[in-house]
Design a protein around this ligand. Structure first.
Ligand code: HEC
Ligand code: HEC
Length: 496
C-alpha cells in the first residue's frame, strides 16, 4: 500500500514540474503569485494635455520651501509619492538663510496679489460689532470686479459660460501662498501674543482688520448666565484652572486642558524640520481655535494628495459644533472626539510621528476634548426668537426684508436652516462653471449662526466680507438679486 502511494506521488510531482516548465516556456506564468507591478495600466491624463480648452497645467516640480504659483487650482496631476519625507532639502543654516532671502520678496508679492484681488479699503459698518463688542464688521463687497465691468449687477447678467470664457469671475479659489511647505499660518494678532509661532518663511496674507477679533469671547451651553466666560482674556494653559475651576466637571477640565496643551506638529516642533527660528513645544488645538472660536489661521486640507492639490482651509469656529454631524469640509467626520483623535498635526502622514514625536492621545482623553468642544455655544443673538425667526419689534425693516429674501427669493434656507442655519449635507456648488480650473467637488455647508464673527468666509477664505458671500451666492445660484436685496441679506446675516 505504502509503496503505491510513494510511486503515485512521484508521478504527480514529475507531471507538475513538467507542466510548470511547459507553462513557463509558453510564457504562461500560471503558478506565479500576482505581481505588484501593473503592466497594462493606462494612466488617465488627470485633466492635463487633452488639448481640451479646459486642460490644466502639470503641478510644478518644486522642493520644500520653494515658491509655488498663487493660482494652484489651474494645475493638476499625480505626485511622486503619497508619503512625506521628514528631512529638510538642505542643512538647517542654509534653510534659515534661504528663507531670510526669499521671505521679503514673497510677502511683497503676496500683498500685491491680494491687493489685485481685493480692495482692502478699511470701510466698516456703523454700529456693527463682533460679539466681543470690540471689533467692527468690515463692509464689502471688496473682491475686485474684472476690467470692463462696472457693477456686480452687470456681472450677474452674464451667463456662467461667458463669465468663464472671458475670465470674469471675482471669486476664484484662494491657494496657500507657500504650498510647498504649507502648514499653519497664523495671523499677526496671534503672532504678537505668541512669537514662538512667527514663521521664517511667510506671514498671513489678510490684513488683521478683516479677521476675527482676538481674543474672541467664549460662551458655554452650561453657563449662559456668565456671558463671555473669558472676560476678554485668551484662555491658556496657565490661566484656565483659575478661570474654570468650580464651573466645569473634572472631565470637562481635563478636556479643556488637553485642547490647550501644545504638541509637536509637522512644521512646529523641536527638530530642525521646522519653520520657526527656535524650537517650541508646538501647537495646541486652541492655537487656531482660540477660545473655542477661530483666529483665522489657515492650513491645507489633509484629505488629498498630491500635496499641491490640497485645498487651503481656514480654521472654522468650534462654536455650536454640538449641532453638527458633518465635521471638516470634505472628510465628513461624524464626531468631535474622533476629530480630536485624528486631527492631522502630521498632515495625515503617520510615518512622520517617528521623527517629530506623537501626540499620542488615548481615546478617553480625545473623548473629553470632544466633550468640552460640545459645550461651546454660539454667541447670543438677541434679535432671534426660540424658532430662529427675527422678533419683529427688535429688528429693523431692512433686517426683516433680508429674512424674507433668505427664506424666499434668495433660497438660502434650502441649505441653511434650523437652530444653526445649516443642513448638515455636503453640496457640490459646481463653482468651476465660472472659472477654468480643477473642480473643487462637494463641500459641507457651514452654519450661519454667529457668522459675523468668523471672516474670511468659505472653506478657503476667498470671501473677505459677508457682502462678498452674498455676491458669491448671487452669481453661483444665479439669483439675479438687486442691490437693495443683497444689502438686506447682509443686514439679516449680522443678526444671526
Ligand atoms: C491650523 C490650526 C488648527 C489646529 C491646531 C487645529 N485645528 Fe481644528 N480645524 C482647523 C481647520 C483649518 C479646520 C477645517 C478642516 C477641514 O475643513 O477639513 C478645522 C476643523 C476642525 C473641526 C471641524 C469643524 C467644522 O465645522 O467642520 C473640529 C471639530 C476641530 N477642527 C477640532 C480640532 C481639535 C480637537 C484640535 C486639536 C486636536 C484642532 N482642531 C486643532 C484648524 C486647526
Ligand atoms: C445649495 C446649498 C446652499 C445654498 C442654497 C446656500 N448656501 Fe451658503 N453655503 C453652502 C455651502 C456648501 C457652503 C460652504 C462652501 C465652501 O466653503 O466652499 C456655504 C457657505 C456659506 C457662507 C460662508 C460660511 C463660512 O463659515 O465661511 C455664507 C455666509 C453663506 N453660505 C451664505 C449663504 C447665503 C446668504 C445664501 C443665499 C443667498 C446661501 N448661503 C445659499 C451651501 C448653500
Amino acid at each position: 500500500m505504502k509503496k503505491k502511494y510513494v510511486v503515485s506521488s512521484l508521478i504527480i510531482g514529475c507531471a507538475l514540474l513538467v507542466g510548470f516548465q511547459v507553462a513557463q516556456d509558453l510564457g504562461l506564468h500560471l503558478l506565479q503569485s500576482p505581481g505588484a507591478v501593473v503592466k497594462d495600466y493606462v494612466e488617465p491624463d488627470y485633466g492635463l494635455g487633452s488639448g481640451h480648452v479646459d486642460s490644466l497645467k502639470p503641478f510644478p516640480k518644486i522642493k520644500k520651501g520653494e515658491r509655488t504659483p498663487f493660482d494652484l487650482w489651474n494645475y493638476a496631476g499625480k505626485g511622486k509619492s503619497s508619503f512625506m519625507d521628514p528631512n529638510l532639502p538642505m542643512e538647517w543654516n542654509e534653510w534659515l538663510a534661504f528663507h531670510n532671502e526669499q521671505k521679503p520678496q514673497l510677502m511683497k508679492d503676496i500683498r500685491t496679489y491680494m491687493d489685485s484681488r481685493y480692495d482692502f479699503n478699511g470701510e466698516t459698518y456703523d454700529e456693527q460689532y463682533m460679539s466681543g463688542g470690540r471689533k467692527a464688521i468690515m463692509k464689502g463687497p471688496i473682491a475686485r470686479l474684472p476690467k470692463g465691468i462696472s457693477s456686480y449687477e452687470q456681472l450677474a447678467k452674464k451667463t456662467p459660460e461667458e463669465i468663464k470664457q472671458k475670465d470674469l469671475f471675482p471669486f476664484k479659489p484662494l491657494a496657500h501662498p507657500l504650498a510647498s511647505t504649507a502648514h499653519m499660518v497664523f495671523p499677526d494678532s496671534w503672532n504678537l501674543a505668541h512669537p514662538e509661532h512667527l514663521r521664517i518663511d511667510l506671514d498671513h496674507d489678510y490684513p488683521d482688520e478683516y479677521l476675527p477679533e482676538f481674543p474672541p469671547p467664549m460662551f458655554l451651553t452650561t453657563h449662559k448666565e456668565l456671558g463671555d466666560v473669558t472676560k476678554g482674556k485668551e484662555i491658556t494653559l496657565s490661566n484656565y484652572y483659575e478661570i474654570f475651576n468650580g464651573l466645569l466637571t473634572p472631565e470637562q477640565m481635563e478636556g479643556l486642558k488637553e485642547l490647550l496643551r501644545p504638541t509637536p506638529t509637522t512644521w512646529f516642533n523641536q527638530t530642525t524640520h521646522r519653520v520657526t527660528p527656535e524650537p517650541s513645544a508646538g501647537v495646541a488645538c486652541f492655537s487656531c481655535h482660540v477660545n473655542g472660536h477661530t483666529n483665522a489661521a489657515f492650513e491645507l486640507s489633509p484629505d488629498s494628495r498630491p500635496h499641491m492639490a490640497r485645498l487651503r482651509v481656514g480654521t472654522p469656529s468650534m462654536r455650536g459644533n454640538y449641532n453638527l454631524l458633518q465635521l471638516s469640509s470634505k472628510r465628513s467626520i461624524r464626531s468631535m472626539d474622533h476629530f480630536a483623535e485624528i486631527e492631522e498635526y502630521f498632515d495625515g502622514d503617520p510615518g512622520m510621528m517617528q521623527h517629530i514625536g506623537p501626540r499620542g492621545h488615548q481615546k478617553s482623553v480625545a473623548n473629553r476634548m470632544g466633550d468640552f468642544n460640545a459645550m461651546l455655544d454660539f454667541p447670543p443673538a438677541p434679535k432671534l426668537g426660540p424658532m430662529g425667526n427675527l422678533i419683529p419689534e427688535k429688528a429693523s425693516k431692512q433686517e426683516l426684508y433680508g429674512e424674507k429674501l433668505f427664506n424666499g427669493k434668495a433660497q438660502c434656507v434650502k441649505c441653511h436652516y434650523g437652530p444653526a442655519f445649516v443642513d448638515d449635507y455636503m453640496h457640490d456648488l459646481k463653482v468651476e462653471r465660472f472659472y477654468k480650473g480643477r473642480p473643487e467637488g462637494p463641500i459641507k455647508t457651514f452654519p450661519l449662526r454667529g457668522i459675523k464673527d468668523s471672516p474670511p468666509y468659505l472653506h478657503d477664505d476667498r470671501l473677505p466680507t459677508l457682502d462678498d458671500t452674498v455676491e458669491f451666492f448671487n452669481l453661483v445660484l444665479e439669483l439675479d438679486l438687486t442691490k437693495e436685496e443683497k444689502e438686506a441679506l447682509t443686514a439679516y446675516m449680522m443678526c444671526l
